[in-house]
Design a protein around this ligand. Structure first.
Ligand SMILES: *Cc1c(COP(=O)(O)O)cnc(C)c1O
Length: 360
């Protein structure tokens, strides 16, 4: 047996969440977003769990090439496009779609002969409508489109943009107003909707949805957890107790001795620390489930261990299961305690934590 910590991946939850995204936008097709190793779930496992997905959006061509090598034939798109000429050629050769968001990429496209034997390279043209990270300004769209259409071996397929505040009261109205007329003039299929837009804005019912976080069961909204949106957690981070201690009143546990027992208490030591991706910043009392019973952390999270209060679960002992987040304990709860969002916690689950596919 190895060190007892696992990220249990729930393929049924992934499939359910994907279907829910499509229900919100029945006209749309959906690129499941699997960047950051499938938001920490393992991108190959996520793809395997989504036989109904219409395609996949990701960041690095290595992962996309791996999918092609595994025989994946569905559309793939690199959300930041290619970073150099070699990568551009590799994408063209392997039939990997690319976003184009910058003049530098456009020039590479214009000056790089693409493999003559390959099918046309699928290009998603990205417009910056207010996020101000990536993309051409809407007023330049027509010129860029004309230049793209002049490049042989390129198929301009989609006009895309990305919303900065789809999850917030500001919403998407201003960005949509900048985008929609250009899209209409150009007559291209569009792709605008991340999870928040899919769940909250009917405008999301467009050609290519881009659901990310919702596939993994986590809410994109600060004020709601995934379960309240009908989502199911796709990962349960689970470890075991590897030790127990009985503290006398006045004794403390862990580095810095920041937690002191005010009465005699049993604590359990869990095989999970910040080197596994559990956030060090969380305070004592951050919820955990010990053998399914709700309890809380005590003291500082260390690199490989953390301690939990066994008062609510007196029969717990070495080998007891501790759920850090997932089924029965929303990741959003832990994220809030760590002053961050579920996205960051999932993506930070360390490579040393084995991802195992849950049979149920
Ligand atoms: C990450 C990403 C998404 C998915 O966003 P979620 O909030 O996780 O749904 C969609 N589009 C682009 C361009 C992205 O980078």
């Amino acid at each position: 047996m190895t060190r007892p910590i696992l990220a249990r991946i729930h393929p049924d939850a992934l499939a359910h969440n994907y279907r829910l995204a499509k229900q919100h936008a029945p006209q749309g097709r959906a690129m499941a977003v699997i960047k950051a190793d499938g938001y920490g779930h393992g991108f190959l496992q996520v793809v395997a769990a989504l036989p109904e997905a219409d395609g996949f959006a990701l960041l690095n061509s290595e992962n996309a090439l791996t999918l092609r090598d595994h025989g994946e034939t569905r559309p793939l798109v690199l959300l930041e496009g290619f970073f150099d000429v070699a990568e551009l050629r590799a994408c063209a050769q392997a039939g990997i779609g690319v976003a184009i968001h910058h003049e530098a990429q456009l020039r590479m496209l214009e000056t790089t002969p693409l493999p003559a034997t390959a099918a046309p390279l699928t290009v998603w043209l990205k417009l910056n409508t207010g996020m101000n990270r990536l993309g051409f300004r809407p007023q330049h769209a027509e010129v860029v489109v004309a230049r793209l259409r002049a490049v042989s071996g390129v198929r301009l397929a989609v006009l895309m943009t990305h919303f900065a505040t789809a999850d917030e009261p500001a919403g998407i109205a201003a960005q949509w107003a900048a985008f929609a007329p250009v899209a209409q003039r150009l007559g291209l299929p569009v792709s605008v909707a991340n999870s928040a837009a899919i769940l909250r804005h009917p405008i999301a019912d467009t050609a290519w949805l881009r659901p990310g976080i919702m596939l993994y069961g986590c809410s994109p909204f600060a004020e709601q957890v995934g379960g309240e949106l009908g989502l199911r957690p796709a990962m349960t981070l689970q470890a075991q107790l590897i030790g127990t201690q009985t503290l006398a009143a006045g004794e403390s546990v862990g580095y810095g001795a920041i937690f002191t027992a005010d009465k005699p208490m049993r604590v359990g030591v869990v095989a999970c620390g910040y080197a596994d991706g559990y956030p060090r910043i969380v305070p004592s009392g951050t919820p955990v489930l010990v053998d399914g019973q709700r309890s809380g952390t005590v003291g500082r999270v260390s690199m490989d261990m953390l301690a939990v209060d066994l008062t609510p679960c007196p029969t717990a002992d070495v080998g007891s299961t501790v759920t850090l987040w997932g089924q029965g304990l929303p990741i959003e709860t832990i994220a809030a305690a760590a002053n961050t969002i579920g996205y960051e916690l999932m993506c930070a689950v360390a490579p040393r934590v084995v991802r195992c596919i849950d049979p149920d």
